[in-house]
Ligand binder design. Structure first.
Ligand SMILES: [Zn+2]
Length: 230
């Protein structure tokens, strides 16, 4: 599936995406350790290094997605749009319950160690909000992984940037592990909400280099298994 104006910045544990339209570039999350360097290299490889980064759109507040937001926004002047319900994460004081407290502890250690700087988004996003970029992107609230966890749907390409709705590594495709999920019980409903969209493909942040159509078939399989075990 060829998607013009899309660049996937790959890293060992978490990928993120760059979108390009006639006005410039937009980041969908900003990656984790080494993110800005990987971004620079990827932009150079695709000949986009002279284009201006206009906006940063976030899928949720986990540190491996937001570590570099402050710095990149400052360096580029880009606006930040982010799910409203993860506000405490951007401010650097998220609260975690149950198993996800493990993530809370890891992030608490990681924030100062990795140089996280808090930030306030310029625009708060809720379910159904439309972004006037890349010829239209719609926020789809997919809670469970975090309260604000949000995917972005592009009708033109029938493509959903599904963030951490699942991790897609070949036969090992799986739902996000319990220690990362703040509202585990809502994930199944979010998977079904995502699959109800008119889709040709999905792009997760944690996944191998498979085609978006393959990622979608893995998610569909996962949804089936979830239903069987329910
Ligand atoms: Zn996450």
């Amino acid at each position: 599936m060829r998607v013009p104006g899309l660049l996937i910045v790959r890293a060992p544990f978490v990928n993120f995406h760059v979108l390009r339209d006639e006005n410039g570039l937009y980041l969908l999350d900003c990656g984790f350790i080494g993110g800005p360097l990987l971004l620079k290299q990827a932009l150079r490889r695709s000949g986009w290094e002279q284009e201006k980064i206009l906006g940063i759109i976030l899928t949720h507040g986990h540190l491996d997605h937001i570590l570099h937001v402050s710095r990149l926004a400052r360096e580029t002047g880009a606006w930040i749009a982010a799910p409203r319900l993860d506000a405490a994460h951007y401010a650097g004081h998220p609260s975690y319950q149950g198993w996800s407290r493990v993530t809370g502890i890891m992030e608490k250690i990681g924030r100062p160690l990795l140089g996280f700087a808090p930030f306030t988004p310029d625009r708060w996003l809720d379910n159904g909000d439309e972004l006037e970029i890349w010829q239209g992107l719609r926020a789809v609230h997919l809670p469970g992984h975090t309260a604000g966890h949000t995917g972005y749907y592009c009708e033109r390409h029938r493509l959903l940037f599904c963030a951490d709705l699942f991790a897609s590594y070949g036969r090992l495709a799986h739902r996000p592990p319990a220690i990362f999920n703040s509202e585990e019980g809502r994930i199944s409903a979010s998977i079904h909400k995502a699959l109800a969209l008119n889709l040709d493909g999905v792009l997760p942040n944690h996944g191998d280099a498979a085609d978006p159509r393959i990622h979608l078939s893995r998610l569909q399989k996962l949804a089936g298994e979830t239903q069987d075990s329910a």
